[in-house]
Structures are given as C-alpha cells and as structure tokens.
Design a protein around this ligand. Structure first.
Ligand SMILES: [Zn+2]
Ligand SMILES: [Zn+2]
Length: 446
C-alpha cells in the first residue's frame, strides 16, 4: 500500500491540473448500461483515434524488444500516458508500468497488455517491418499495447464519469519470462477486484470474439536434460557409452507418459523440441542435451508430469549406462499456471461483447494447449482472458502467432480498445459498494 501513496498524490494532483471532460451527456451511467459497448466501439473507430493506435502499433512493431528489455516500448507508453495526463507507477518488474484512471477509490478493475517480442526474424516485407535483426513482434503484443492505450485515451476523456478506478497494466516478458508474476510480486493487484486481458487471434474473423468459462489455456513448464556418456570413435562403440542412443531411448520413453500414463480424456502434452549432440560423422560425443515443454490442465497433472519426466530421463539414461541431470529452469522460465476464466466474469463478458458485436459473434472456444502468464493474475483475483478475431479474407490470410509471416490486421485495434474500455467501465458501474464507510479506511486508497 505504502508504495502506492505517492502515486495517489500525483494522481489527484493531475486530476486537478488536467482540464475536465467537456462531455456533459455521459453515456457511462447505470441507466445507459447497454449503450456503453456500442458507444466505445464507435469512438474507437473514429479516424483520429484509430490512426493514433495504428501509429503506436507500427512504432512498436519496428522496434521489437525481448522480455525485460522493453525499455523503448515502455518509454513510448509513458510518453503517451504523460501526454494524456494519466498517472502511473514505473518501473515495476524492470520495464512494467501501472496507470490509474478514475476516482482513486474502489472498485478497482484492471486491464492488461503485454509488451514483449520474440527472438525470430520477420519474413513479412512491408513498410514498418522490424528494424531489429532476429527480433519480431510475431505474437501481436504491439497491437495489445496500442489497444490498451486506445482504451486509456477514451477512458481518460471520460474520467469524471468513472465510478471507481481503472488500473492499466503494461507488463513485460509474457513469452516465457513470467513478467506477470514479477508484476504480481510487486503488489500491483493489491485492492484490484478483477482483471481482463485479451489476445489477437487469426482463428476468428474480424468482429468475432471467443472465450470460455473455466480453464482456457494450459499450465506449462520447460525442461532441459544433459545426458552424459563417454565419447569415442564411432567405429569402436564398445569403448564408448553412447549418449545419442541413450537420449533417443529417453525421448521414446517420455512419449509414453501421455500415451500410457494419463487419462486419454484429459489433455496433456510432452514435446521434445531440442536435441543437440555430436558434431562429426565418426565421433560419438560425450554428452547430448535435450529439452522441451510439458503442458496440463490441472496442477496435480502438471506436477505429476514434472516428476515423471525427471524419473524417466534419469532412469532410462541409466539403462544405457549414462548419467542424466534434469533442469526445469524455473528461475528464468517459471511454470505458467493454467489460465482459468472466472465464471461470473464470463457472463459479464458475454453480455458486453454481445451488445457490442451481436451474440452470434461471441464464440465458445475449446481450451488450447497454449499458455499465458495472465494466469498468474487470474490465480490471485478473478480474471478473464479472451481472443479477438482479426481474420479477413478480403485482406488475404493472416498467419497464426509465432509465424515468421505473422501479420496484425490493424482493423482489430478498435475492437480491443472498445472491449477493454467497456468491460472495465461496466464492471465499475455494476460493482458499486453497497454503502461507503463514514470513516473510510486505508484499504480504500490507492
Ligand atoms: Zn506468443
Ligand atoms: Zn502472445
């Protein structure tokens, strides 16, 4: 709490300095609940705001930064927040930012964007192609930042009509680094009642959103094993202990964990994605390194897989007279929990997205084996994560995330901005405290 006091001071000072909204006929009222989503979408589609979001997205796209290195991205966001007169706290988890719009009092609702890019080369030839070799925004996090800023701009224009406080979360390192966990450990969700996050998706058409109640994305972890034998001449195998053969048997045995040890109706994955060993045609190497990922939809299954992966690697390596060490790299790549959507927020989402886009455009999605560190937030407060479609055949195919050919359909930006703004403002309006304590309490402050 204390850490937020200075933010509180700046926040209220700014509220006094920035001119108040000229919007006299507010649509952000309990009487006009159903109008809110459509109004926000109309506002977000206005040329000026759309172009502003497109400009931000392209600027970030040209300068992709990896997890915990999003210094320029973070600076760009802070510059825009400064121009908008939105108070924020920085740095959190190295590059993260938390902004505040509204009364500074409960309820508090958070909306979140991730900022990091991927270590891969962009294969799309266009004017705003990545200028950084080997780095690319191939997961749409550039668009997520632009959408959250778009929402922030609209919300700030209507800040005097907000019935509570909207917390803007710009987090680093979603792609494996667990930036959300570090933000959480810094206390950013203290006092926050609910959090919403989104992801652009090429699996659904533009104007369509998809989500589900309950588990939506898997829990995931990574592992790496070094299998050590004794190298030597490839033609004299009897004088060696061959780690290539041992690693091959390890991999085959690992594939039995899902096919033989788990319930076929309960989705789990074990994938070996890395196999490194040897460098010559006629030399058996001393060691082989293998690595991969494992996924499950419950904590119990996840921990069981983790234990069995270690047992199978060490046990099977021993059968071939090798030693093995297994490292789950939890410090750099923390296990991501299962992303679980809150049941009540699912109803909230369906109602608001339905009013904005029509109920036929709200799709119930199947859980995916993909993963999201939004799950750390949703473990602590009620959370909701949804997909925003951007496929448009008229504009050609939009390949899926993590492809070198990944593209964002920029027409999706107003949808994300409007959904963020609508979900948050409606949450505040629908979760007003039943009475205010005459004395107040420190819990009611930022
Ligand atoms: Zn990604
Ligand atoms: Zn992503």
């Amino acid at each position: 709490m204390d850490g937020f006091r200075w933010v509180s001071l700046i926040f209220f000072t700014l509220c006094m300095l920035v001119p108040t909204s000229s919007w006299s006929n507010s649509f952000l009222t309990k009487e006009k609940l159903t109008e809110i989503p459509v109004k926000f979408l109309d506002l977000a589609k206005e040329t000026e705001l759309l172009n502003w979001m497109v400009g931000i997205r392209r600027a970030i796209h040209e300068n992709p930064e990896l997890g915990f290195e999003e210094f320029e991205t973070s600076k760009l966001i802070r510059t825009e927040l400064d121009k908008l007169g939105i108070a924020y706290k920085y740095p959190i988890a190295t590059t993260g930012i938390v902004g505040f719009i509204g009364t500074g009092k409960p309820p508090f609702v958070a909306i979140r964007a991730d900022m990091d890019a991927l270590a891969m080369k962009e294969a799309v030839e266009w004017e705003h192609k990545s200028k950084i070799p080997g780095k690319m925004h191939a997961c749409g996090h550039d668009a997520h930042v632009a959408m959250l800023l778009g929402a922030a701009k609209m919300l700030q224009e209507h800040r005097n009509d907000l019935q509570g406080t909207i917390v803007l979360v710009f987090q680093p390192a979603e792609e494996g680094g667990g930036g959300a966990k570090k933000m959480l450990d810094a206390g950013i969700l203290e006092n926050v009642d609910a959090i919403f996050g989104l992801h652009v998706s090429s699996s659904y058409p533009i104007g369509v959103v998809a989500a589900r109640s309950g588990p939506i994305l898997a829990g995931s972890g990574f592992f790496e094993a070094v299998i050590s034998g004794k190298g030597g001449h490839a033609a004299i195998p009897q004088h060696t202990i061959d780690p290539i053969l041992a690693a091959s048997n390890v991999i085959v045995s690992l594939q039995h964990l899902v096919s033989r040890e788990t319930d076929p109706l309960d989705s789990q994955v074990v994938t070996i994605a890395k196999f490194q060993g040897g460098g010559a045609f006629n030399v058996i190497p001393d060691t082989v390194t293998i690595g991969g990922t494992f996924r499950a939809f419950s904590k119990e299954n996840f921990m069981q897989l983790k234990q069995r992966i270690k047992e199978v690697i060490t046990g099977q390596a021993a059968v071939q007279r090798c030693n093995a060490t297994v490292n789950f790299h939890e410090d750099d790549m923390p296990f991501y929990p299962v992303t679980v959507n809150n049941k009540i927020l699912h109803e909230h989402f369906k109602s608001i997205a339905g009013e904005m886009l029509g109920t036929k455009n709200i799709k119930e999605m199947k859980p995916l084996m993909g993963t999201e560190d939004f799950s750390f937030f949703a473990e602590v407060v009620p959370g909701y994560f949804y997909h925003v479609g951007m496929q448009d055949e008229a504009q050609g195919p939009f390949p899926s995330v993590h492809s070198h050919h990944f593209k964002v359909n920029e027409d999706v930006l107003p949808y994300g901005a409007a959904l963020h703004a609508s979900l948050a403002t409606r949450y505040l309006l629908e979760h007003q405290p039943e009475y205010s304590s005459p004395k107040g309490s420190s819990h009611d402050e930022l």
